[in-house]
Design a protein around this ligand. Structure first.
Ligand SMILES: *[C@@H]1O[C@H](CO)[C@@H](O)[C@H](O)[C@H]1NC(C)=O
Ligand SMILES: *[C@@H]1O[C@H](CO)[C@@H](O)[C@H](O)[C@H]1NC(C)=O
Ligand SMILES: *[C@@H]1O[C@H](CO)[C@@H](O)[C@H](O)[C@H]1NC(C)=O
Length: 394
């Protein structure tokens, strides 16, 4: 049975970019993928009424921290973890600080590598004031009052596409529109992306400025995560002068939207456990595998682009030049595979490391370089390296 799945998965790799995948094959793929879909089990609902600071301490002692939310899927997962109908809202790890920073509406850290979330193309003298949203006009950015109405640029992550919307809305309404129909308001990570977005605005004959996803607030996550994803209820401003400095997620009414409360009030809360954990011990590959299976779920299998981006972010803090992945070579079948049974779809090998494995020389396993382009390399399994465990159930 496993070999059968393996075959289907290999086919899936081959046909991934082809339009003419025949219908029965996609049906099979759907079946296989729903069987092997990742179920993140990283949110833990705690049904005790504690202040925000007490809840934070509890989560840090028992899990990783109070919940961080990176995207819409995370909200759904968090809501699923709350198994009590009486609960109205729960604390999450978001707290107001005094430090205002510019951030992207598409706030998932996995979308960014290196410093590209910090790319800015402000017009001269900008940002110049107390405005918390930003527009592009033309090509260069200005801070602008969020309640103004402008056309805007959305981004669809599945097709890596920019969409110009020639309808004027406030920044928040534009954000809702983009999240409903696409992924989010656009993020601009570098100069080529800025040019491409400006060209699409121009091609759409939009003559005014357009909203982009850059906004400013002073909220920060308890675990120091850089997630700038926010999902405030309608009418709840990002930057409110009051003393309600801790965030809650509404569970029943306003399904998954966020509000804030006085931090010393007592509510139930949600903790999270990191999905990928860098273990800074130097172990051989078999020891690392054993460690992850005993203490987490498994050594990480990089079976999607999203996980690949998360891995790149995590390995930068490693103390060894390479970091073990759940990547292994089978001499019998002559292929590389992930320890969760998947064939390699996204490949990121350093030159000369994938092919020509000498099988007389003991098993070969895979690691990712912690610096540079984070390429994959093959090594004897006796090397002693840091490694990445996953908390995803597969
Ligand atoms: C966009 O809207 C402006 C103002 O309503 C209009 O002049 C322009 O023709 C529109 N462009 C397109 C492509 O519809
Ligand atoms: C968040 O971003 C800052 C600045 O880019 C970086 O120094 C820091 O390591 C990041 N934090 C995490 C948890 O990735
Ligand atoms: C692991 O190895 C690296 C590189 O040799 C070294 O810098 C680091 O201190 C080692 N870590 C531990 C926990 O031994």
């Amino acid at each position: 049975m496993w070999i059968f799945f393996l075959h289907i998965r290999a086919w899936y790799c081959l046909f991934r970019s082809e339009m003419e995948v025949i219908a029965f094959l996609s049906l099979l793929i759907t079946a296989v993928f729903s069987l092997s879909a990742c179920v993140p089990h990283h949110y833990h609902f705690v049904n005790m009424n504690l202040t925000w600071t007490e809840a934070q301490r509890y989560c840090r002692e028992n899990y990783t921290d109070l919940a961080t939310i990176n995207n819409k899927n995370d909200i759904e997962e968090l809501l699923k973890s709350v198994n009590d109908d009486q609960v109205q809202y729960v604390w999450i790890g978001l707290q107001k600080t005094v430090s205002y920073k510019w951030k992207w509406s598409l706030g998932d850290p996995a979308f960014y590598t290196g410093n590209d979330s910090q790319y800015r193309n402000w017009a001269q003298g900008q940002p110049n004031g107390d405005d918390d949203c930003s527009n592009m006009n033309p090509g260069q950015w200005n801070d602008y009052e969020c309640n103004n109405s402008l056309p805007f640029m959305c981004y669809r992550d599945s097709s890596k596409e920019y969409i110009a919307v020639n309808q004027t809305m406030t920044w928040r309404a534009a954000q809702n529109h983009c999240r409903e129909f696409y992924t989010d308001l656009v993020s601009v990570r570098n100069q080529p992306e800025n040019q491409q977005i400006e060209k699409i605005r121009n091609d759409a004959h939009i003559t005014s400025g357009v909203w982009i996803g850059l906004f400013r607030d002073s909220w920060e996550w308890s675990d120091q995560s850089n997630s700038s994803f926010r999902n405030w209820r309608t009418g709840v401003p990002d930057n409110d002068g009051g003393n309600e400095n801790c965030a809650v997620v509404w569970v029943n009414t306003d399904h998954g939207q966020w509000g804030y409360r006085t931090c010393s009030f007592k509510y139930p809360f949600v903790c999270h456990e990191d999905k990928l954990v860098l273990i800074k011990q130097n172990l051989s590959w078999p020891e690392a595998l054993k460690y992850c299976r005993e203490n987490h779920v498994d050594l990480v299998s990089v079976h999607s682009e999203q996980i690949q981006r998360r891995v790149m972010n995590v390995v930068q803090k490693a103390s060894t030049a390479e970091v073990w992945l759940g990547l292994r070579h089978s001499c019998t079948m002559g292929i590389w595979f992930w320890v969760n049974g998947e064939i390699l779809c996204n490949q990121n090998w350093a030159a000369g490391h994938r092919t020509g494995v000498d099988c007389r020389d003991g098993p070969r396993v895979g690691a990712v370089q912690s610096g540079g382009d984070h390429r994959w390399v093959r090594l004897p399994q006796t090397h002693k390296l840091n490694f990445i465990c996953t908390n995803y159930e597969d």
